[in-house]
Design a protein around this ligand. Structure first.
Ligand SMILES: Nc1ncnc2c1ncn2[C@@H]1O[C@H](COP(=O)(O)OP(=O)(O)OP(=O)(O)O)[C@@H](O)[C@H]1O
Ligand SMILES: Nc1ccn([C@@H]2O[C@H](COP(=O)(O)O)[C@@H](O)[C@H]2O)c(=O)n1
Length: 671
């Protein structure tokens, strides 16, 4: 997951390959609650790992459920209708799928068994209405108090003074959020143990019916057969009891699929994009996004648990759609509208106002930022594609779906934008709510023109601080990092291990061409050995400096370095990054510091690692290395003509990082 302040998504051209979706958030949190309420163990496979499911898991554990995680599966031992923990303070973040059902379940449990619970979340959660649900629960005798503003969390739930009553005449509004009805359906089987059935009537037209359909299907998997009279009346039979299905697999998230369906609908490439984890048989309402995408021109095939999508008509056909049944995925349609020939209109989206943010306002502001003409009403949005695309830094309002759907704006070339533009996503970490690895998944299937993938190079002499600076800058930008010195050091280590003479150019080049080198989160691997520490030995640095003078060795190591040039971008440090390996780099820094400073830094670096060192010999060695690196016939170490020269002798690491980031920012369209 990207935890940077922003992520610049370069102009994207095509998609191909396979993307595997994370589990559905809506199914995950429903199933977790049901597993928590029934007796015995339920093993849930494919559960979404995200902020919203995490708060639900923590709440269940706090309420006395046993939660065991093993790999992708989670085993829940439920409380079986009892209430082993009678007091808890539950923080539920911004997870509506946790707040609403837990409110209902705890209110009913506390009414039956007694107890005192506090439910709260982040600031935005305290602005999301819950009054209609609380009214319905109070009407049957539950005790729920507002801690601050009436109608909104935080809530305090307590014992019911006169028990539960009027279960046959429960009323709840259905036209604001279907989650209120879902919460009641999930919780009220607990109230039927005394022999009464529970009857719920919906006031107003029920929105998001497919989500309620999903609730009913999942209740059935847990042994609760709700009788339904259209979408207005629901009856939970007397003495209903949750029965664990023992094992259950969560299907992939259909709303998350929408971003990839959308990408494949507009991207070039000719290859279909395969989406696994959710298919045309899905129980999720947002699978209807497939119909909307087809209506706009996408070609979508599918079966049980899979979809294959390719571009059909482009520009897309504009769409005029009532989105009541697919409110989440409708946001993706709003961005796809940028790729249509004419104005698209999405209606029935009043519920957007009470989601993670006011989504109507957020989408309108951000679509306008990149050049679209947008008109809104209380429950609709109309989008006309940009006459001229603008590079936008998209505010995401702590809303995962805003971040994910706007990533599609990076395909602006497919809408004819010239030049094609990157899109900046501010606070990309917000995707952690439902799809922590969304951007990694996107970059796994999307391709960009090589010239569009940004590179920042940092060259300079030994111990000038290149590696330190490069890794800090890469971390701030969310880019890949190439330590090209480590590639030469690995070749030197391999040569030393194989006993190859440092002057035998053909043998060294042959060995370099066959180098089995892998850089990963788990270290640097040469064959089967982790060699991170060995590469840093001074003797290996010296040998690297000698063998790197051979032209054939340099050529043999070129592909390993070029392979780092991947989405979303690269920071590369070395000697010839800006001059030879990445001459098209957008920013080339040549970093220097006095020899005395560098020797001192290296000395301190070695001592801090427990390696003894002598400052004079270190200085002599680095000066000899500098001389060799600068005077060799191929790729000598020198600044590129267009390099930014930075002497950091008197700069802190933080100051160097800020200076380089400022220079980088000035070279982006967001500067
Ligand atoms: N601006 C700076 N001020 C003070 N110390 C620094 C600065 N930049 C880097 N250093 C320190 O200098 C030491 C050497 O830095 P680093 O290993 O990044 O250099 P390098 O140029 O990558 O070296 P090499 O070329 O040998 O790989 C580190 O201990 C680092 O913390
Ligand atoms: N692009 C590069 C990077 C490094 N070298 C040579 O490798 C030696 C070790 O590099 P460090 O940056 O890890 O110290 C270095 O002295 C160079 O001779 C190179 O040639 N080109």
């Amino acid at each position: 997951m990207y935890t940077t302040r922003f992520l610049d998504v370069p102009p994207l051209d095509s998609v191909a390959g396979t993307v595997r979706l994370p589990g559905s958030k809506s199914i995950s949190n429903r199933v977790l609650l049901l597993a928590g309420l029934c007796e015995g163990e339920t093993v849930i496979d494919g559960l979404l790992a995200s902020d919203d499911t995490e708060v639900m898991l923590q709440a269940l554990a706090a309420l006395g459920c046993t939660v065991e995680r093993s790999g992708e599966a989670v085993c829940i031992r439920g409380i079986g209708g009892e209430l082993p923990v009678r007091e808890a303070d539950l923080f539920l973040g911004n997870a509506g799928t946790a707040m609403r059902p837990l409110t209902a379940a705890l209110a009913v449990l506390a009414a039956v068994h007694g107890g005192a619970f506090r439910l709260h979340g982040v600031a935005r959660m305290h602005e999301r209405p819950i009054g209609d649900l609380v009214d319905a629960l109070r009407a049957i005798g539950c005790r729920i108090d507002y801690e601050a503003a009436p109608g909104y969390p935080p809530l305090r739930i307590g014992a019911a003074p006169s028990g539960l009553h009027a279960l046959d005449a429960i009323r709840v509004r259905g036209d604001v959020s279907s989650q209120f009805l879902t919460a009641l359906l999930l919780a009220l089987p607990l109230a039927t143990a005394g022999g009464s059935s529970a009857r719920i009537s919906v006031d107003g037209e029920l929105i998001s019916k497919p989500y309620v359909g999903m609730t009913l299907q999942l209740l059935e998997r847990f042994g609760i057969a709700v009788e339904r009279d259209g979408w207005q009346r629901f009856t939970i039979p007397a003495n209903s009891q949750y029965r664990s299905p023992r094992t259950l697999r969560v299907e992939g998230d259909a709303s998350s699929a929408s971003y990839f369906i959308g990408a494949a609908a507009i991207a070039a490439g000719g290859q279909p994009l395969r989406i696994e984890g959710v298919g045309l048989d899905s129980m999720q309402g947002d699978i209807r996004f497939v119909d909307a995408a087809r209506a706009m021109g996408a070609q979508v095939d599918g079966g049980a648990g899979w979809l294959e999508v390719r571009r059909g008509t482009l520009p897309l056909r504009p769409i005029d759609l009532d989105c009541k049944h697919l409110p989440d995925a409708a946001m993706t349609l709003a961005v796809l509208a940028l790729f249509a020939e004419g104005t698209s209109r999405l209606t029935g989206i009043a519920s957007w106002r009470v989601k993670e943010t006011d989504r109507i306002a957020a989408m309108a502001t951000e679509l306008r930022r990149i050049g679209a003409a947008v008109e809104t009403t209380d429950d609709s949005i109309a989008i006309t594609p940009p006459a001229e695309w603008r590079a936008g830094a998209i505010k995401t309002y702590d809303d995962h779906r805003v971040a994910m759907c706007f990533a599609l704006a990076a395909f602006s070339r497919c809408a004819g934008a010239a030049p094609a533009l990157p899109v900046r996503i501010l606070d990309p970490r917000c995707v952690g709510k439902t799809f922590p690895d969304f951007f990694e998944a996107l970059f796994g299937v999307a391709a960009a023109r090589p010239d569009d993938i940004p590179v920042l190079t940092i060259d300079g002499p030994t111990a000038s601080g290149k590696g330190t600076l490069a890794s800090a800058v890469a971390a701030r930008l969310g880019y890949h990092l190439l330590d090209s010195g480590a590639v030469y050091r690995a070749a030197a280590l391999a040569a030393s291990r194989a006993g190859v003479d440092r002057d035998d150019e053909p043998a060294l080049a042959d060995l370099a061409a066959r180098l089995d080198l892998r850089f990963g989160a788990d270290g640097v691997w040469l064959g089967g050995d982790e060699v991170g520490e060995s590469l840093r030995l001074e003797a290996i640095g010296s040998l690297a400096s000698r063998i790197s003078a051979w032209p054939r060795v340099r050529r043999a190591l070129l592909d390993i370095q070029l392979a780092f040039h991947r989405l979303p971008g690269l920071v590369a440090d070395g000697r010839d990054m800006g001059t030879v390996v990445f001459p098209v780099a957008r920013l080339k820094v040549f970093l220097t510091a006095s020899a005395a400073q560098r020797a001192e830094r290296r000395y301190r670096q070695l001592i801090s690692r427990g390696i003894s060192a002598n400052i004079d010999s270190l200085r002599a060695d680095l000066e000899a290395r500098d001389a060799r690196d600068q005077s060799r016939s191929v790729s000598p170490s020198r600044p590129a003509p267009d390099a930014l020269l930075l002497d950091n002798s008197a700069l802190s690491i933080e100051d160097s990082v800020e200076q380089v980031l400022a220079a980088w920012q000035a070279r982006t369209p967001f500067g």
